[in-house]
Design a protein around this ligand. Structure first.
Ligand code: DC
Length: 337
């Protein structure tokens, strides 16, 4: 059933016609997008500005951008210590959902209770460099990083240790049903704990990679890990890397990226990484693993590896991890500013 909801939003803007037009339209577009609205759902929009926004009317900017809904603007009372150059809106709409409030740029500070956290979804095939990039981005933005693949690896490892066939859904379910998987952060570094044991290093072998890929196709496994991932994302601003973050785990993530590279390039990187760690392997074996995992991960029936429709795709064939991280950092930071 549809209810009337009030959605709050605010953005800071430069006091120029272009600055005000851009900020106001960006704010309204984001509110519409996050709340799944069209003009037909909107009852009216009230816009207020601080008294230093004088170069243009944001309500007019919204109307001229094509929104034909009742609009009114007014000047806010000038309060001591209040935020400057700010455009605030209240959008009244009919919706089945709870309101998703949007505070952008300097205006985020206004309502940290509503928008204190944001999420970045970084999906892509194995070996695209997601974890290296995610760690760099997390450090630069001072947010939490969650390597979701590590969770699937931990469950794959438990199955291997118990001699369970990782392709047998029933047997896997029985084996992992009571296993307590958890993440702890020590000095910002993630450790994966399975039944009290830190398995962070043990999960990084090619055998565990394949086992993780196999168990990740089992609905029970995905369901078991869903709440854990969402719980971590709820607590603070996060970047999660995985296969289905933008599509299933956090479809409402503020930022979504899909990182790709050719299978050859990804195999080369993985091979270099493994040999640097002293593991004995050949490029051909690593390449075959990459191709096999791509196939497993993208053809499974549940939550397959897929770019979310609203994710930005980045091909990293000719980019270093630092370059990709810089791109993500500036995209996210540019939007928050
Ligand atoms: O990213 P990784 O190589 O550590 O992931 C190990 C396996 O886990 C991968 O083959 C697919 C699966 N996985 C998944 O299905 N969904 C995720 N969000 C993360 C990993």
């Amino acid at each position: 059933m549809n209810n009337i909801i009030s959605i709050r939003g605010a953005v800071t803007a430069q006091n120029t016609e272009d600055g005000i037009r851009n900020a106001a339209v960006r704010l309204i577009d984001k509110i519409y997008f996050k709340n799944g609205l069209t003009d037909g759902d909107v009852v009216n929009i009230i816009v207020t500005v601080t008294d230093d926004i004088t170069a243009f009317s944001p309500a007019r900017a919204i109307r001229e951008s094509g929104h034909s809904v009742p609009l009114v603007s007014a000047v806010e009372p000038n309060t001591e210590g209040g935020i400057k150059h700010c455009i605030r809106v209240m959008v009244t709409a009919t919706s089945q959902n709870k309101p998703y409030h949007v505070y952008l740029g300097g205006a985020r500070a206004l309502r940290l209770d509503l928008t204190a956290t944001y999420a970045i979804a970084l999906d892509g095939p194995s070996g695209a460099g997601k974890s290296t990039v995610a760690k760099l981005v997390a450090k630069a933005l001072k947010i939490t990083y969650l390597d979701t693949g590590a969770l699937y690896r931990a469950l794959g490892l438990v199955c291997l240790k118990n001699g369970v066939d990782v392709n047998d859904g029933g047997a896997v379910e029985k084996c992992i049903k009571d296993v307590d998987v958890n993440i702890v952060y020590r000095d910002g570094v993630q450790s994966v704990i399975a039944d009290g044991e830190d398995v962070s290093s043990e999960i990084r072998t090619p055998e565990v990679s394949m086992a993780a890929s196999a168990v990740s196709a089992i609905p029970y496994v995905r369901q078991k890990l869903l709440g854990l991932q969402r719980g971590i994302a709820e607590k603070s601003s996060v970047i999660l890397d995985g296969r289905d973050i933008g599509t299933v785990v956090l479809p409402q993530a503020e930022f979504k990226f899909f990182l790709t590279a050719t299978a050859e390039e990804r195999a080369r990187r993985r091979f270099d990484e493994l040999t640097a760690k002293g593991q004995v392997t050949t490029y051909e074996d690593v390449y075959n693993d990459v191709v096999m995992r791509d196939l497993n991960d993208s053809t499974r029936a549940i939550a397959p590896l897929k770019r979310a429709f609203d994710a930005l795709e980045i091909n990293s064939d000719n980019m270093s991890a630092e370059e990709v991280a810089d791109y993500i950092y500036s995209t996210v930071n540019g939007d928050l500013l």
